[in-house]
Design a protein around this ligand. Structure first.
Ligand code: SF4
Ligand code: SF4
Length: 94
């Protein structure tokens, strides 16, 4: 690993996730149909959100728990809860 300033890929190398069976992210897809900005696709550093056949899908196991999607989804389509204890993200060295 490089020293000094870390790239995003380097930083992601320091993250471990444990996938729960159930998603901690739920999306109201009816709301998404009328969303003009679809900022969830832009802001998520983990590329959790994807548009497939016109619908927004969340690969919740990618989530880094940063909270950005909750802020930018101004229409309130995202219901995001902390992963259950023992699941989700572990940050190494930090
Ligand atoms: S920002 Fe919210 S409403 Fe818009 S597409 Fe993403 S989840 Fe749907
Ligand atoms: S909390 Fe952050 S990492 Fe997780 S889905 Fe939302 S924007 Fe992506």
């Amino acid at each position: 690993m490089k020293t000094g300033k870390l790239s995003l890929d380097d930083k992601l190398f320091l993250v471990k996730t444990k996938k729960d069976a159930a998603s901690h992210i739920k999306i109201n897809k009816k709301v998404c149909k009328h969303c003009e900005h679809k900022m969830c696709l832009v802001v998520c550093p983990a590329k959790t959100y994807e548009e497939k056949s016109g619908a927004i899908e969340a690969s919740y196991e990618n989530c880094l728990e940063c909270g950005s999607c909750r802020v930018v989804c101004t229409d309130g389509a995202i219901v995001w809860e902390n992963p259950r204890g023992g699941f989700g993200v572990t940050f190494i060295n930090g």
